[in-house]
Design a protein around this ligand. Structure first.
Ligand SMILES: Nc1ncnc2c1ncn2[C@@H]1O[C@H](COP(=O)(O)OP(=O)(O)OP(=O)(O)O)[C@@H](O)[C@H]1O
Ligand SMILES: [Mg+2]
Length: 256
């Protein structure tokens, strides 16, 4: 597909650009003039109080929702009008905050769909073990049948790992994951960044995930309230500068 020259912003250091994004539901503006960038091969963590607009932002990036105004560019290409499938093909992989369960689909089916190819037992085992699951126990199980919340969340994360996408988006990967697996998950994110030609956008309230960020974006009340390097933003969060809008680092999470 050809794109007009004016729709391209060529900057080799920037992978994703959100420019002046507004989005809302009837009678409620949810995101207001949000602009942010995800640098190439970096980890950006988006944090902020509940209801601030983080998941909405992820849905706009994945194409599940369309912005009312503003531009979204991936590798300089305007992707506003691309469908979810087209965005996935362009290299965006998204792990939902609440995993989707498809009836009749097995874990193996789901993993192979995500990877875009058949996976042998070793490959399945390797990816599932990254999220603390033993492949042999799970590959033939139906995604919709009887998986615990934590199990289905881990499988969802594993599908994104299997994609090895240009941009991997994880919405609260810590939710429902036990402490032991959580530490492993952080290592997995670090490895993913090093092994793939891509970037990570992780939505999280967890200090240990914020600590692996190259950049942190704070979204509160539908707006970017702070954005900068980890070293700039973490001390601000820790000092409670964001307290007035519900600092995410105030020990609300059981693992803190
Ligand atoms: N489809 C929708 N219909 C109505 N309200 C919505 C819709 N989608 C989002 N909202 C509202 O927009 C606000 C932002 O929601 P969003 O899920 O993006 O927040 P969040 O930052 O991800 O919160 P959390 O940390 O709790 O996951 C919330 O008040 C939510 O109720
Ligand atoms: Mg959310």
């Amino acid at each position: 597909m050809q794109f007009p020259h004016e729709e391209r912003i060529v900057n080799r250091d920037t992978m994703l650009v959100l420019n002046d994004i507004c989005w809302g539901v009837p009678d409620k503006p949810v995101l207001r003039h949000v602009s942010l960038t995800v640098p190439d091969r970096k980890c950006v963590v988006v944090t902020g109080p509940n209801g601030g607009g983080k998941t909405s932002l992820a849905k706009l990036i994945a194409g599940i929702e369309q912005p009312d105004s503003g531009k979204i560019l991936l590798d300089g290409r305007l992707i506003n009008k691309l469908s979810v499938t087209e965005r996935a093909r362009s290299g965006i992989a998204y792990a939902f905050q609440q995993p989707v369960r498809f009836k009749g689909l097995t874990v193996r089916d789901l993993m192979e769909l995500a990877a875009g190819q058949q996976m042998d037992e070793d490959a399945l085992c390797e990816t599932l073990s990254k999220v603390g699951l033993c492949a042999r126990e799970y590959i033939d199980r139906e995604v919709s049948a009887g998986l615990s919340g934590g199990e289905s969340k881990r499988i969802e994360i594993a599908t994104v790992l299997a994609r090895r996408a240009r941009l991997s988006v994880f919405d609260e990967p810590e939710a429902g994951i036990d402490l032991w697996s959580f530490q492993k998950l952080i290592d997995v994110f670090r490895d993913l960044l090093q092994e793939t030609d891509g970037s990570l956008l992780i939505i999280s309230h967890q200090r240990r995930i914020l600590e692996i960020a190259d950049e942190i974006v704070v979204i509160a009340n539908g707006q970017v309230s702070a954005q900068g390097s980890r070293d700039e933003i973490l001390p601000l969060l820790a000092a409670g500068v964001e307290k007035s809008c519900g600092c995410p680092l105030e020990g609300a999470h059981p693992y803190e």
